[in-house]
Design a protein around this ligand. Structure first.
Ligand code: DAH
Length: 358
């Protein structure tokens, strides 16, 4: 009788004995798994024993192999049975135990709050209402002529490319309708509706074929304008300077730069001092390293200007009697600046974990 045969038969008896009571009296799943591993895990007793198979005399190999496999199956069945009993016992305890513990603290109800963009709109509206502006609405789907033509964009002029549009096909197949690309359309709607003087702001959604980290195809703008006899660029500067100071602080400097928009003349852009590196605090190093203003110390926040006479003509207001000023800005951008948000999509994805931090 070979040595291997002897060791194998002895080993089988030992595993069989060890497995007999292995799973009784274990009260956790982990304990059961540990016992199972000792027998049939990668380093288990039976697994080790099987490695001797090759050395067994050929005429006994089949028979002993079957015995070992039968033992393995028994262990497997005992293990599963024990797991099952444990699960049943736990369920039983749950069902027969106290039905409900009324002394447990309840789940808190989380308080909702306004979206950061909505809060920014409220703040902007508050500032302009305090300066005497009315809040008005204008349609989101509008005639292209209100969006472009009446605002001084020549037909098919490359300037319309500034605002790549979503056209809406009407039942007749005409392509004269767009999702408004700016809230500047409010000028046309209001001036056609009522006589000067007027001072109006209009916050709302606008749409453009634009999509990157700082542009979303739908975003929010606010436009404002005032029409009266004798309004000058000084009124525009006064109103916009007051606006920046109320929203961002009295210490923030502003500057006006010439720029082109078809509906204003002269037209400009308003920059304000970067509210991240605060260059007026004279830390030149901080400004040089500022990624928000790219080291310039200035941030562009809106377009503005004196209403172009062609706009007055388009709505039947006498440009020799009346003048007006206008401005428009992205609300998302103001909100991003106020909250230090770098990707516009974060404002529209409605991830409550992110929004709760603003
Ligand atoms: N509508 C312009 C835009 O979307 C912004 C703008 C510039 C509005 C100048 C104005 C203005 O009212 O006067 O880019």
């Amino acid at each position: 009788m070979s040595d291997a045969l002897e060791r194998f038969e002895k080993g089988l008896r030992e595993v069989s004995e060890a497995s007999a009571g292995a799973f009784t009296g274990r009260s956790t799943e982990q304990a059961l798994r540990d016992e199972n591993a000792k027998l049939v895990g990668p380093n288990g007793q039976l697994t080790q024993l099987m490695k001797l198979m090759r050395e067994l005399p050929a005429d006994r190999r089949k028979d002993l192999g079957q015995q070992a496999n039968a033992l393995k199956a028994e262990i497997q069945a005992a293990f599963e049975g024990a797991l099952d009993r444990l699960a049943r016992a736990a369920r039983e305890a749950e069902l027969t135990g106290p039905a409900l513990d009324p002394t447990l603290p309840g789940r808190g109800v989380r308080r909702g709050r306004l979206h950061p963009l909505t809060r920014t709109i409220h703040q902007l509206v508050d500032v302009f209402v305090a300066l005497g502006f009315d809040v008005e609405d204008a349609p989101e789907v509008d005639y292209a002529s209100n969006c472009f033509g009446k605002l001084g964009f020549p037909p098919d002029h490359p300037a319309t490319d500034m605002q790549d549009s979503f056209f809406v096909e009407r039942p007749g197949g005409e392509l004269d309708t767009v999702l408004r690309t700016h809230t500047t359309t409010v000028q046309i709607h209001q001036m056609l509706k009522r006589p000067p003087p007027m001072a109006v702001i209009c916050p709302g959604a606008v749409y453009r074929r634009d999509d990157d980290a700082t542009h979303s195809p739908m975003f929010a703008q606010i436009d404002g304008f005032a029409v009266d006899e004798g309004l000058t660029f000084a009124h525009l500067k006064g109103v916009l300077t007051a606006f920046v100071r109320r929203l961002f602080g009295d210490e923030v400097p502003v500057r006006f730069r010439p720029s082109y928009f078809p509906f204003v003349e002269p037209g400009g852009e308003l920059d304000m001092g970067c509210v991240f590196c605060r260059p007026w605090e004279a830390d030149a190093e901080r400004t040089r390293a500022c990624r928000v203003c790219k080291g310039t110390g200035w941030m562009e926040i809106l377009g503005c200007g004196m209403i172009h006479p062609v706009v007055f003509e388009a709505v039947g207001i006498d440009p020799t009697r009346y003048t007006g000023f206008a401005f428009g800005m992205g609300i998302d951008r103001i909100s991003m600046l106020r909250h230090g948000v770098s990707n516009i999509r974060l404002l529209y994805e409605n991830d409550a974990r992110f929004l709760a931090r603003l």
